[in-house]
Write a protein that binds this ligand. Structure first.
Ligand SMILES: Nc1ncnc2c1ncn2[C@@H]1O[C@H](COP(=O)(O)OP(=O)(O)O)[C@@H](O)[C@H]1O
Ligand SMILES: [Mg+2]
Length: 386
């Protein structure tokens, strides 16, 4: 992570084009160090295409897999297709730390650093670790910059499938049975860990505690396959969560923070329908490769009282975790008619074709207006402790 302090070389201010002064300056930050790097780039492409250029000055900032921040051309075509990769180009972006928000700075080797001007709000379009998990949010808090979405605690708690369940269960919200395998438990008492898994019954879902996009997740049918699945999950996160398999439909609900003191707003629920999932669940390939048969059904065909229960629970999960801005809450609607929370995503997929924006579109808020709403919420929110 690059930081910049005021004592560094003299800066040449970027020429500011008169009319643009009234615009809100939005740094769109994407890419990043997680396995979801290309997904994040695709999301950024969607935002760059749709964001209202009359209202916003947009600064596209990519984060490489190594964690360097670089200024990226404002060209969505370079970021689409699911294979995009931010590379360390010559111009690095430096984030100033200090009490008052300072201008972002661009530094190219052998050149005098240039100021990019003060950013009014950061739109962090990062999924997974080092983006959606509170780390980036902490950096922005330290820099005194406003940003879209949840703060440090909610981001971190929602990212960790273990603590997310602890918080939700603590609020009486319905989560499924699970067990946690820490690296120490796995090393010192593997038999106990395996017993705890077996007592969940099969199938189980073995997951890295903090990943995303289904990376590192295995559906396990037999006790003898648990160890390999745990080791696979550990390649993504030393802490592993094992959950009882919950047979049912996958229902998702989009939540948007209320304005002022208003309660969170919940969209119509949607359903992810897998036609013939190869891995037997909603895995990475199904999520992001065009070949995989997947239908998003918006709104989900549900009995009215079930849809209402989903919307109520989604808002309660948002508040239980202390989310801000946006979140997508994912549920299982079981064969026995129960609604169980699977997870809360504080930076859900956000391309114009992703579930979160589609749910809002169907609920009367089209994509560009959804962006306006999120940026407005972030600007209304005080920086610092809140
Ligand atoms: N306990 C479970 N029971 C049944 N299916 C599950 C369970 N956990 C995960 N899945 C399947 O795996 C997919 C990915 O799991 P999820 O926890 O949502 O991970 P991610 O955070 O990577 O999206 C889900 O969408 C669902 O298809
Ligand atoms: Mg999921």
């Amino acid at each position: 992570m690059d930081t910049h302090h005021a004592s560094e070389p003299a800066l040449v201010p970027e020429p500011s084009g008169g009319a643009s002064d009234a615009k809100v300056r939005v740094a769109v930050v994407f890419g990043g160090r997680s396995g979801e790097h290309p997904v994040s780039c695709a999301t950024a492409a969607g935002v760059l295409r749709a964001i209202d250029r009359e209202r916003y000055d947009v600064l596209p900032v990519g984060i490489t897999r190594a964690g360097e921040w670089v200024l990226v051309p404002d060209d969505p075509t370079l970021l689409e297709g699911g294979r995009a990769e931010i590379t360390a180009a010559d111009a690095q972006v430096l984030v100033p730390l200090g009490a008052a928000p300072g201008p972002l700075v661009v530094a190219a080797p052998g050149q005098v650093p240039r100021e990019l001007g003060t950013v009014d709000v950061v739109l962090p379009l990062l999924h997974g670790p080092f983006g959606e998990d509170g780390t980036l949010q902490g950096l922005l808090e330290m820099a005194g910059v406003r940003y879209v979405g949840s703060g440090v605690l909610a981001s971190a708690a929602a990212m960790d499938k273990h603590y997310m369940k602890v918080v939700l269960a603590g609020h009486g919200l319905p989560v499924g049975p699970y067990t946690v395998i820490t690296p120490r438990l796995w090393r010192t008492d593997r038999a106990r860990a395996l017993d705890a898994v077996a007592s969940l019954g099969f199938p189980v879902f073995v997951k890295p505690a903090r990943a995303g996009s289904s990376l590192g997740i295995t559906r396990v049918e037999r006790a003898e396959d648990v160890e390999a699945a745990v080791e696979e999950a550990q390649r993504h996160d030393p802490k592993v969560v094992v959950e009882a398999g919950i047979p049912g439909r996958e229902i998702e609900c989009a939540v948007l923070q209320g304005r002022g003191d208003d309660a969170p707003r919940a969209s119509v629920p949607g359903e992810v329908v897998l036609d013939a999932p190869a891995a037997g669940f909603y895995d990475y390939e199904t999520k992001y490769l065009d070949t995989a048969p997947l239908t998003m059904s918006v709104p989900a065909e549900l009995p009215a009282e079930v849809a209402e229960r989903v919307r109520t629970l989604a808002g309660e999960c948002f508040e239980a975790l202390g989310c801000e801005g946006l979140a997508r809450v994912d549920f299982f609607y079981t064969d026995r008619g129960e609604v169980v929370v699977n997870e809360v995503n504080t930076m859900p997929g956000f391309t114009p074709f992703s579930m979160y924006p589609l749910l809002w579109e169907r609920s009367g808020l089209p994509y560009p207006e959804l962006l306006d709403e999120l940026i407005t919420l972030a600007l209304e929110r005080p920086a610092g402790l809140r």
